[in-house]
Design a protein around this ligand. Structure first.
Ligand SMILES: Nc1ncnc2c1ncn2[C@@H]1O[C@H](COP(=O)(O)OP(=O)(O)O)[C@@H](O)[C@H]1O
Ligand SMILES: [Mg+2]
Length: 303
C-alpha cells in the first residue's frame, strides 16, 4: 500500500464493487470511508453481538503466564526474506490480534508457528518447549492448531466427517469421547447441527468458516491460530463469527487472530501486534493500539 501511495498521483478506491472514493494519496489516506474499508469497523457489530464481543476482560494480561512465545524469528521463501526479527507473546486465555496490510507476513508467521513453514532463525516456544524444529503433526498434537486462510474444509466430506477428522490431530481417542466432542461442536455452532449430514462444499462461506474452526477445536487445542476468518464474509455473518470467538475465550483457549478487519479484531482482542513488511512495528493493549497512528499507517501508508 505504501508503494501505491508513493507512486500514484491519483487513487480510485472501490469496495465490494462500489466506487468509494477518488483523490490524491493524502486525501485518500485520511478519507473516513477509506479508513473504514481498510481498517474494518466495530459498526458491523450490532445489538447483542456487539455487547458480547466488546466485553472487556477482567484479568490484567501482564499477570498471565506465557503459552506461546516468538523470539527474533526470521523466515522467508528461498532468497526472499519475509519475517525480520519478529517477537511476540500469547498468554494463557488471551486473544491476541496480529494486524497488518496484505503481504506484511502474517500468514508466513502463522505457518511458521504451526510447523508448516520452517523458519530460518529464531525461537518459537510453547509452554517453554522449543517448537521451531518440530514437524507440523507434532505441534498440532501438542495443542497449537492452525485454521488456515481460505478455510480449507474437505468439500466432498460431510460436516460430521470434517469435524471427526479434526479430532485426530491430538492422537487416537475413544468412540465415546469422539461422540462427546462432536456433540459439543454442534452445540457451539448450531448452524452446523442443522447441516451435519450435508457435504461441506455446499455450506455458505460463514458456515464453512465455523466448520473449519470447529474442526480445529475437535483436538482440544490450547492455542488456536486463526488466519483471516472473516475474509469474504458478509457483515452479519462476521458479527456472528466474532460472537462465537468471544465464547472461546470462556473456554480459556488462547487465540492468535489475523484479520483484515483491524478495528473488529481489536474489539475482541486483549492485545495486538501490527506488522509492516515483515517487522512488528507496534504492539500493546487492544484499546491503545486501535488509536495508534502506526495502525493506520501500516494499512494505508504515509506517516
Ligand atoms: N509460497 C510463497 N513463496 C514465495 N513468496 C511468498 C510465498 N507466500 C508468501 N510469499 C511472500 O511473502 C510475503 C508475505 O506474505 P504473507 O505471509 O502471505 O502475508 P500476509 O498474510 O500478511 O498477507 C509476501 O511478499 C508474499 O508475496
Ligand atoms: Mg495472509
Amino acid at each position: 500500500m505504501s508503494l501505491v501511495m508513493n507512486v500514484s498521483d491519483g487513487i480510485v478506491v472501490i469496495d465490494a464493487g462500489q466506487h468509494l472514493a477518488a483523490g490524491t494519496p493524502a486525501a485518500i489516506r485520511s478519507d473516513p470511508q477509506v479508513r473504514r474499508a481498510y481498517l474494518g469497523e466495530a459498526a458491523v457489530l450490532s445489538g447483542q453481538d456487539a455487547a458480547q464481543a466488546m466485553r472487556p476482560r477482567k484479568v490484567p494480561s501482564d499477570a498471565l503466564r506465557e503459552v506461546l512465545g516468538v523470539n527474533a524469528l526470521n523466515a522467508g521463501y528461498g532468497a526472499a526474506p519475509v519475517l525480520h526479527d519478529v517477537a511476540l507473546q500469547v498468554r494463557e486465555g488471551e486473544v491476541v490480534a496480529l494486524l497488518g496490510a496484505n503481504g506484511a507476513g502474517k500468514s508466513t508467521l502463522m505457518r511458521a508457528l504451526s510447523g508448516l513453514h520452517r523458519p530460518l532463525q529464531g525461537g518459537i516456544t510453547f509452554d517453554g518447549v522449543d517448537l521451531a524444529r518440530l514437524d507440523a503433526e507434532r505441534i498440532a498434537a501438542m495443542g497449537v492448531v492452525l485454521v488456515p486462510e481460505g478455510r480449507q474444509v474437505f468439500p466432498e466430506l460431510s460436516v460430521l466427517d470434517n469435524l471427526r477428522l479434526g479430532a485426530f490431530a491430538s492422537g487416537p481417542l475413544s468412540h465415546m469421547e469422539m461422540i462427546k466432542r462432536v456433540e459439543s461442536m454442534l452445540t457451539r455452532f448450531p448452524r452446523l447441527r442443522e447441516r451435519q449430514h450435508q457435504r461441506a462444499g455446499l455450506l455458505s462461506g460463514g458456515e464453512q468458516q465455523m466448520l473449519a474452526i470447529g474442526r480445529a477445536l475437535m483436538s482440544n487445542p490450547r492455542v488456536l491460530l486463526l488466519d483471516e476468518p472473516s475474509l469474504g464474509l458478509a457483515p452479519k455473518v462476521i458479527a456472528e463469527l466474532f460472537a462465537s470467538l468471544e465464547q472461546l475465550r470462556e473456554a480459556s483457549i488462547s487465540i492468535l487472530l489475523v484479520d483484515q478487519m483491524a478495528a473488529l479484531a481489536l474489539a475482541l482482542a486483549d492485545r495486538g501486534y501490527v506488522m509492516e513488511e515483515g517487522r512488528v512495528v507496534a504492539s500493546g493493549p487492544a484499546d491503545e493500539l486501535a488509536r495508534d497512528p502506526a495502525l493506520a499507517q501500516a494499512y494505508l501508508g504515509g506517516q
